[in-house]
Design a protein around this ligand. Structure first.
Ligand code: HEC
Ligand code: HEC
Length: 323
């Protein structure tokens, strides 16, 4: 935070300095100083003023207090619910909250490293009962999953990846599992946004879309091999985050480039082809599926979920690039 305040003060000071120099140039006697100085000074002033506004907005969005949405969460903690939660946590949380990508959720590696950009310290913390979980009520965890907002109104980086399509029952199952997971003590550094991350937030490249909104109830269709359930899996599994809203491979940045057009590829595959690709990483043409396609994680879906997902993708109308 301190470094970001310093950066804000510097860009603001530069904007004022160039504003003043521009004013001096325009009032100079020599015509060429008026024109050249006024033009260059004016451009520099506008540039630093714009950077100041963007940076200030990024800091405001990151550090301000967000509304703590009302939620009512009661968790039965039945063995089935805990088992469901364990399965979902392995699929949805372990990729970030664990170094090995497997349970337990003892904390993961700095997400900045994966992005390849100096975004600061963005470590997914230890969320076992020996870590952050002991500070949080069930309702707090539910809210963090949906909006990323802590009980004190502070925004966590979870707000950048909110799980808004996950049903209430599935979110509660995850919490039921988290409470009964083994307690491990392991402390990860807390969030420290670099000036670049602040600028990305200010520009809207990175945003917390649900942080300001009330939390709506979400229900899932019954778990079965149906197109509807497959759509639910595609939604909470965030295939659209990389493959685009229509799953045609067109996702705007910051989504990684190169994601395939699923509406064309999957309809050509049999169910076996799809299962083999997601469980072994080798597709029917013998191609090794490349990162960041998370086939290892998707392969952890159970047979019902995976077959429903296949049915849904198989049912999509092919979207060809020139249409
Ligand atoms: C894309 C990566 C990613 C995924 C996936 C993810 N998290 Fe997180 N999570 C983070 C990061 C990063 C933080 C640290 C936030 C911070 O310090 O601001 C975090 C923080 C948290 C916190 C603690 C907030 C606090 O008070 O400090 C909880 C609880 C949490 N996540 C739960 C979950 C659960 C449950 C799942 C699975 C349903 C999940 N997360 C999936 C990245 C992720
Ligand atoms: C983090 C980004 C990301 C996410 C999330 C993601 N994908 Fe992908 N996916 C990719 C990329 C990139 C490729 C291209 C990989 C390649 O060319 O080897 C790809 C390729 C594929 C392919 C084609 C593989 C091949 O060999 O032709 C399928 C099928 C697929 N994804 C399905 C899914 C499904 C289903 C989901 C959601 C459950 C999903 N993906 C989520 C990035 C992603």
């Amino acid at each position: 935070m301190f470094a970001n305040i310093v950066v804000l003060v510097i860009v603001l000071a530069l904007a004022i300095l160039f504003g003043w120099l521009t004013y001096r140039a325009v009032r100079a006697k020599a015509l060429w100083v008026k024109i050249v100085g006024g033009l260059l000074g004016g451009i520099a002033t506008l540039l630093f003023a714009a950077v100041t506004v963007i940076f200030a907005k990024g800091m405001f969005d990151l550090y301000r207090t967000y509304p703590v949405a009302a939620v009512n969460v009661t968790i039965e903690g039945t063995p089935e619910q805990i088992a469901r939660g364990e399965h979902l946590a392995g699929f949805l949380c372990a990729s970030c909250h664990s170094l090995s990508g497997e349970l337990p959720l003892t904390g993961g590696k700095n997400l900045s490293e994966d992005s390849g950009l100096p975004l600061g310290d963005v470590y997914p913390p230890n969320i076992t009962p020996g870590g952050k979980l002991k500070e949080l009520q069930d309702a707090d965890v539910f809210r963090i999953i949906r909006t990323g907002v802590r009980p004190n109104g502070q925004l966590t980086a979870m707000g950048f990846f909110p799980l808004r399509a996950l049903s209430d029952d599935d979110a509660k199952a995850i919490i039921a599992y988290l409470r009964r997971a083994p307690a491990v003590e392991n402390v990860r550094p807390s969030m420290n946004a670099s000036p670049l991350l602040v600028a990305f937030v200010g520009l809207g490249f990175i945003s917390a879309p649900g942080a300001d909104k009330p939390i709506q109830p979400v229900t899932a269709p019954p778990k079965a091999v149906t197109v509807e359930y497959g759509k639910y899996v595609a939604d909470f599994g965030d295939c659209r985050g990389c493959h685009g809203e229509k799953l045609d491979g067109n996702a705007p940045p910051p989504a990684p480039p190169g994601a395939s057009n699923l509406t064309v590829i999957v309809p050509k595959w049999s169910k076996d082809d799809f299962f083999k690709t997601m469980r072994t990483g080798i597709d029917p043409t013998g191609h090794q599926v490349q990162p960041p396609m998370p086939w290892q994680t998707i392969g952890k879906l159970d047979d019902v979920e995976l077959e429903a997902l296949y049915l849904y993708l198989h049912s999509l109308e092919p979207i060809t690039p020139n249409k």
